[in-house]
Design a protein. Structure first.
Length: 128
């Protein structure tokens, strides 16, 4: 198994966030995806899609860095650890915020052999 196959939905997620394409984002997720964002409750189902849709529609994201630090595959499941740095700018205007952090994706192989994001958790790193 090549890591690039497992990471296809992660690349799709990054592109969707950068281009404001909520549909592309949703296509990278399993139907039962769960996100565990910092400082709020877990997001699933319609709430997750509403929350993600609002983010990609309301903010422009510029990826300053994205580093995959580890990918492991265990049969039809995989995990991916990463770190990121991004600039997030409100589309309606206002100051951009630059932040960085780290996270983990749990991915699941689909019946057609493709991979999708089933779980995601991340948090911000302190500092400028």
């Amino acid at each position: 198994m090549k890591a690039v196959e497992v990471l296809t939905p992660v690349e799709q997620e990054k592109t969707a966030v950068a281009t404001g394409d909520a549909g592309r984002y949703f296509a990278a997720l399993t139907d039962d995806a769960v996100f565990l964002p910092p400082n709020t409750t877990a997001k699933t189902g319609a709430e997750l899609r509403s929350w993600l849709g609002a983010f990609v529609n309301d903010f422009r994201v510029d990826w300053l860095s994205f580093v995959s630090s580890e990918v492991e595959v265990f049969g039809d499941a995989a995990y991916h650890a990463y770190s990121y740095r991004w600039r997030v700018t409100p589309i309606t205007g206002g100051e951009a915020t630059v932040s960085s952090g780290k996270g983990v994706h749990i991915l699941r192989r689909q019946a057609d052999g493709s991979w999708k994001i089933a779980r995601e958790i991340w948090n911000s790193s302190p500092g400028p």
